[in-house]
Design a protein around this ligand. Structure first.
Ligand code: SF4
Ligand code: SF4
Length: 340
């Protein structure tokens, strides 16, 4: 099997809803981006979840929802929320979990009701994963994956790359096949959330390290028949920079009612929209949308503001490369056709 790579371009023809239904979590991952001071500490009740899902009800465009937390399976009504999204004809439904699968979650839904259960693991071994995500989490997460696969669910896996675990990315290749995972999402650590600030041994990897390791691993995983998605991060000369805030329809909802269009803005009260009395309203300037319009030579404005460590400049002060929108992805798929 060979692998085909494509850049997943932004589209206005679909809407993506990233729905944090609570911020509570049983783990304390070192890179956690959840910021209760900004995102709230409440757990949305089922009536509110239903109502906010209805705000994005599919019209002529497909709408995809990803249920997130905190840990979303801590919500006792997650299965009912999923059923309501299905009832509203959402095009795809995904649940992102740390693998603990609370409240007998996978006993309460069927594989026909959810498109993907997405597990987070940050190492191919407990020795690498557990110092990042918590003692015992590797064993629990891999057991949860096996349980979900055995019950017939489609399972994906998210690996957040940082300097603490990039060396173990290669070792994920046999583990993914062994676990029965069908999609692999490689993420880049974001310098956001209260836990990341002050970390010294867990930062974004360099352009050279990223480009030397990530595409090669992705190709091998795709060749094994598993679809891989990873962020573009660094644009090559001549590649077009686009801000998803201007050209795509993504909504990042938090339980305190804030709705962002850009994940890099989530540590600041600059959300473009908010739920008030269960109705979605645009917020007045200045908000994140004003930043999306700024045109700078480094590419992404928010990257320059919150994580400038991944920029590099030539002696004349011009940037050596542009940073892509954090939402721009590369996708690699296996194919039974051998490349000519
Ligand atoms: S499992 Fe997710 S929400 Fe929980 S601490 Fe880890 S990164 Fe944060
Ligand atoms: S990450 Fe940068 S380019 Fe992407 S939506 Fe946010 S501000 Fe725009």
């Amino acid at each position: 099997m060979a692998a085909i790579k494509k850049t997943v371009t932004f589209t206005k023809n679909a809407v993506n809803v990233f729905f944090h239904i609570l911020t509570r979590c049983n783990l304390r991952c070192r890179h956690c981006y959840i910021n209760p001071a900004q995102h709230g500490t409440n757990t949305l009740d089922l009536a509110t979840i239903r109502s906010w899902l209805e705000a994005f009800v599919p019209d002529e465009r497909p709408v995809n929802v990803i249920f997130l937390g905190g840990e979303p399976t801590l919500h006792p009504d997650l299965a009912e929320a999923i059923r309501h999204a299905r009832h509203l004809r959402y095009a795809s439904i995904t649940v992102d979990t740390n693998g603990y699968l609370f409240n007998d979650f996978i006993q309460k839904i069927t594989p026909g009701e959810v498109d993907y259960i997405s597990f987070s693991l940050d190492g191919a071994t407990a020795e690498t994963n557990d110092p990042i995500r918590g003692k015992g989490s590797f064993e629990v997460c891999t057991a949860g994956i096996r349980q979900a696969v055995a019950r017939g669910f489609a399972v994906s896996l998210i690996y957040t790359v940082s300097t603490a675990n990039i060396d173990e990315l290669t070792d994920m290749i046999p583990l993914l096949s062994d676990l029965g995972v069908t999609r692999f999402f490689i993420q880049v650590i974001g310098i956001r959330g209260p836990s990341v600030h002050g970390e010294t041994d867990m930062t974004q990897v360099s352009q050279t390290n990223w480009q030397t390791i990530v595409p090669g691993v992705a190709e091998k995983v795709a060749t094994a028949g598993i679809t891989v998605t990873y962020p573009k991060v660094f644009l090559s000369p001549g590649e077009l920079f686009e801000c998803a805030g201007n050209v795509a329809d993504n909504y990042f909802i938090f339980p305190n009612g804030r709705v962002y269009r850009c994940p890099l803005c989530e540590d600041y009260p600059i959300h473009a929209l908010a739920f008030e009395n269960d109705t979605l309203h645009p917020r007045p300037s200045i908000n994140e949308a004003d930043l999306f319009r700024l045109d700078i030579p480094e590419g992404c404005v928010m990257n320059k503001l919150v994580q400038p460590g991944n920029l590099a400049y030539s002696p004349d002060g011009s940037p050596l490369y542009q940073i892509a929108c954090c939402l721009l992805k590369e996708e690699m798929r296996g194919t039974n056709f051998t490349a000519a």
